[in-house]
Write a protein that binds this ligand. Structure first.
Ligand code: NAD
Length: 455
């Protein structure tokens, strides 16, 4: 059994029957058998399923948003935003799949023809995080199903109700039940899933779990994609407008209560505008309303996983012990549920865990720098490499800086942004492989080479 708690109140929302090794193996066998027929279904028919799935999301949007908010603590307006954002991703995949997987003739003369065919991988695992369950679940499910794969989908144990709702909508849309199976449970169920005969594993979650999965799969040489955490920096140059940058970066750091893989996790500000930036930043953070995630007015919600409260407190305490100055927040709230005050620290540096380890919560350090070179060195001083941003009106300056950043995505005058048209990937400890964009469709296929000789 898996108990689902509301992190805002501590109440039990549901107790779900969980999978075990035997049920995972049975679902795996059925999915493997169903894949052959699905691969032969015309793309138009698979696209029609996606269209019906989309209609289901639209029809049930409000109740899906409430379910996600209740089990993750995400403010309801942000749950609605995620579901509306999902529609754009569905539309992207629907429009781009045919061209992305069309067979190509790459050479053709009197005797020889060479072709590339994109064939499905086969049976894949989608092991998913809880923080954007519709996004990270769907970045795999939509293109994997459209390209002819079977999927064993393990939503996070902190977003299991959402995972079940998503699976139900796919089945109602016409995706065969055996082809897409939802596995309910925590790490033990994820582990049992890895024991199956898989052709690919697509994981979104923490670096520690990603590393464990890579070690488990290494002897079997299974295709593996890992979308992991980050310690994403932003740099505000001397010529930026401090108020505008502060408003944008406060949102980038605190949106979804700081529990986004691409949350702004550390900020560097040129000394010329440091004080006015910090003043505006703190004003903005103080304006964020913390409260019941089901209320439209709430901007800061609950911390989804209770153990993260201790991680946040330890980062704050470590920073303070090493000389940081606390401007607002700084501690968890007493009472029921998992709550941490939005927290801003200045006079921070890279000796502090706050500036090195993923925080994944509503806390942020702002460090003063004296020039672009120092900012660049600090931004690249990390094991991670998911996103990084620069705020300046000077396009050439931004391009020159961003060209030297080791990250999967770089931002000029924006942050905490994902586009279905662009590949989503990390370097270093932020992962391997990618989702989204045309590459994120092809990644669910294997390019098969055809050498054809006319006799
Ligand atoms: P997590 O690693 O704790 O769990 C992720 C999934 O792995 C869950 O479904 C979990 O049950 C499963 N799991 C745990 N142990 C397992 C094992 N031994 N074998 C197989 N599966 C196992 O991560 P989380 O707390 O759900 O997510 C937060 C993390 O995800 C953060 O680090 C965040 O940055 C990252 N994230 C990254 C992206 C991205 O696109 N790069 C997107 C969202 C979240």
């Amino acid at each position: 059994m898996l108990s689902i708690h509301n992190p805002a109140t501590g109440e039990i929302l549901a107790i779900l029957p969980a999978d075990d090794a035997a049920s995972v193996a049975a679902k795996s066998r059925l999915a493997r058998a169903a894949q052959t027929a699905w691969a032969r279904v015309a793309l138009q028919e698979r696209l029609a399923c996606v269209g019906r799935f989309r209609a289901g999301v639209v029809r049930e949007l409000e109740s899906l948003a409430r379910t996600m908010t209740q089990e993750t603590g995400k403010p309801i307006t942000m749950s609605r935003n995620e579901l509306n954002g999902l529609l754009a991703r569905i539309d992207f995949f629907s429009a781009e799949t045919a061209a992305s997987i069309a067979s190509e003739t790459v050479f053709d003369d009197a005797t020889t023809q060479e072709q590339i065919e994109h064939v499905p991988l086969g049976l894949i695992a989608n092991i998913s995080a809880w923080n954007y369950p519709w996004f990270v679940g769907s970045n795999v499910l939509i293109p994997a199903l459209l390209t002819g794969n079977a999927v064993l989908y393990k939503p996070s144990e902190f977003a299991a109700l959402t995972g079940l709702a998503m699976t139900r909508l796919w089945h109602e849309a016409g995706v065969p039940k055996d082809l897409l199976a939802c596995l309910i449970g925590a790490a033990d169920v994820g582990s049992a899933l890895l024991d199956q005969d898989l052709d690919g594993v697509f994981f979104t979650g923490s670096h520690a779990t990603g590393q464990r999965i890579a070690q488990t799969l290494a002897p079997r040489l299974v295709k593996l994609q890992l979308e992991l955490g980050g310690k994403d920096p932003s740099y505000v140059c001397a010529d930026a407008d401090p108020q505008t940058a502060a408003a944008a970066l406060a949102d980038g750091a605190m949106y979804n209560t700081g529990q986004s893989c691409c949350s702004v996790e550390r900020i560097y500000v040129h000394e010329a505008i440091h004080d006015s930036f910090v003043h505006a930043f703190v004003e903005t953070v103080r304006s964020f309303k913390l409260g019941d995630p089901l209320q439209d007015s709430s901007y800061i919600g609950a911390i989804t996983r209770a153990p993260q409260l201790a991680v946040l407190q330890a980062q704050v305490d470590d920073a303070l012990a090493k000389g940081a100055r606390l401007l607002t927040g700084g501690k968890r709230l007493s009472g029921p549920g998992n709550w941490f005050e939005p927290t801003v620290l200045i006079e921070v540096d890279h000796r502090m865990a706050l500036m090195r380890e993923e925080s994944f919560g509503p806390i942020i350090g702002i460090q003063r720098v004296s020039d672009d070179a120092e900012a660049l060195r600090l931004m690249n001083d990390t094991r991670y490499g998911l996103t990084a941003g620069v705020y300046t009106p000077d396009a050439a300056r931004a391009r020159a800086l961003l060209a030297q950043i080791d990250a999967g995505s770089v931002y000029w005058n924006c942050c905490d942004r994902v586009s279905p048209r662009l590949p989503w990937s990390g370097v270093g400890d932020s992962g391997v492989g990618l989702t989204l964009s045309r590459y994120g469709i092809q990644t669910f296929t294997r390019p098969k080479a055809w050498h054809l000789r006319r006799v």
